[in-house]
Design a protein around this ligand. Structure first.
Ligand code: GLU
Length: 477
């Protein structure tokens, strides 16, 4: 058997991509170094008494760049968490926020734990203790550092964190803004759970509006009928696959999970598979005829769009040359290593990079943070006023039609649709769509406009680093 090819660590991989981009920029070496390095990483080891004995856990919160505050980024629960990974992810948060103009610096946290080994009560104790350790050092704070969900965490953990913060800071009126991704009934915002997957859909729509980009990927037309393979049917992969198949006419032909894959060129039923995984913990047993034991091999099946939505490094030097997709959209952070990125670029595969592709999460987190600070739901002031103005117009049209005997009739359904004012979910989706379109355009202008840039990742880094540098310069650095 061939030995797997050893590659640089995740953080070194991110640094290599960063270096590739800055070599095309005119930054002073000092500023370049200032932007690249991670400002600080806090490591904490704490004990929690569970099942009659003390268990020790190791957690991290890394702050990559404080050119804007608060700094922002999720907290992940996984056995793979380590300092290198958290620092790489924090750096990506800096660039991601800059690219989509979310006014934050970059941060990330992680706890080395397999959450499946603990029950809900135990997880609550562990989460509250970890949060306490971070809160007392202002590494969770509405104006300094605002975590969010990531792999292995979700609304539930965010609610515990917010509650823990408010127990310590009892008079902080902005306490809810100390963390995003909370449940709706605990200060959250509509559309945050779907946000990253929705952002992947909006990113693909933006890409397919760019005829030059579509041509570079060797594709034609729009999303309708495109064959999609998704790796990881967690929150991000599931929502992306669901929206693309239900709303854009894509055909999901492959789904890869931790216990194998499902592959069917005729298309798979995303909703049913997600329900199966929810019940059985994996895809095993779902379908004998479409099951593939060696799940990772499905990454190499021919398809139009490959969506790695699970974890870093899944496309690497060991499989890059066998990938047949025309387009890869990085729904996860860092799924393509720097080495694989080069192989794929040489093959002409277009990659929509993580810092753009999965920015939907932090974008809607930004909306949630603003909602928490303003203490009012989006749309509460305008919605009915908007409806009454629309009603005025409809009344006038109906009066004209009647008085002047014009015989106008409104098409069926129009009145209802036009009269309904936007609720919070619609406003969130509209804000996200706008964000993803503008950010895409900023990358595409560089990608198509500069002779020395031949990929979207370098274009994304150029835009993001340019913004971070401008912000440092404005501070006199
Ligand atoms: N963990 C997500 C990410 O990697 C969301 C971060 C946030 O909302 O702050 O982008």
């Amino acid at each position: 058997m061939n030995q797997p090819i050893k590659e640089p660590s995740f953080r070194e991989s991110v640094d290599q991509m960063f270096n590739r981009a800055v070599s095309l920029m005119d930054l002073s070496p000092g500023l370049e170094e200032k932007i690249r390095v991670c400002n600080a990483t806090y490591t904490v080891r704490f004990g929690v008494r569970l099942r009659g004995k003390i268990h020790t856990f190791t957690g991290y919160r890394s702050v990559h760049s404080e050119h804007m505050e608060p700094v922002k980024g999720g907290i992940r629960y996984s056995m793979g968490v380590n300092q290198d990974e958290v620092e790489a992810l924090a750096a990506l948060m800096t660039y991601k926020c800059a690219l989509v103009e979310a006014p934050f610096g970059g941060s990330k946290g992680g706890l080395c734990i397999d959450p499946r080994e603990y029950d809900e009560h135990e997880l609550e104790q562990i989460t509250r203790r970890f949060a306490y350790e971070l809160i007392k050092r202002d590494l969770i704070n509405p104006s300094q550092n605002v975590p969010a969900p990531d792999m292995g965490t979700g609304e539930r953990e965010m609610a515990w964190i917010a509650d823990q913060y408010k127990r310590i800071h009892t008079t902080d009126i902005n306490g809810n803004a100390c963390v995003t991704g909370k449940p709706l009934n605990a200060g959250g915002i509509s559309g945050r759970v779907e946000a990253t997957g929705r952002g992947v859909q909006f990113a693909l729509r933006a890409f397919f509006r760019d005829s030059e980009g579509v041509k570079k990927a060797g594709l034609t037309g729009d999303l309708d009928g495109k064959r999609v393979i998704v790796q990881g049917l967690g929150n991000v992969g599931y929502h992306a696959a669901k929206f693309l198949s239900e709303e854009d006419g894509c055909k999901v032909i492959g789904i890869i999970e931790h216990d194998g894959a499902l592959y069917n060129p005729a298309g798979l039923e995303v909703e049913k598979i997600r329900a199966w995984i929810g019940k059985h913990g994996g895809i095993s047993g779902y379908s004998d005829s479409h099951h593939v034991d060696k799940g990772a091999s499905v990454l190499e099946e021919p398809c139009d769009i490959l969506i790695p939505a699970a974890m870093e490094g899944v496309i690497n030097l060991n499989n890059a040359d066998r990938i047949k997709a025309n387009l890869i959209i990085e729904a996860a952070n860092g799924p393509v290593t720097a080495g694989a990125d080069q192989v794929l670029r040489e093959k002409g595969v277009v990659i929509i990079p993580d810092m753009y592709a999965n920015a939907g999460g932090v974008t809607v987190s930004y909306f949630e943070w603003v909602k928490n600070l303003s203490h009012i739901r989006f749309g509460r002031m305008q919605r009915r006023q908007e409806e009454s103005r629309h009603q005025l117009l409809i009344n006038e049209l109906e009066r004209l039609s009647k008085d002047k005997e014009l015989g106008w009739t409104l098409s069926p359904g129009f009145k209802d649709k036009y009269l309904r004012g936007a609720d919070e979910l619609e406003l969130v989706r509209s804000g996200l769509d706008d964000t993803m379109r503008i950010a895409y355009q900023s990358m595409a202008d560089v990608w198509h406009g500069r002779d020395d840039v031949d990929d979207l990742r370098t274009a994304a880094y150029l835009v993001a680093i340019g913004k971070v540098a401008a912000s440092y310069r404005a501070k006199g650095l």
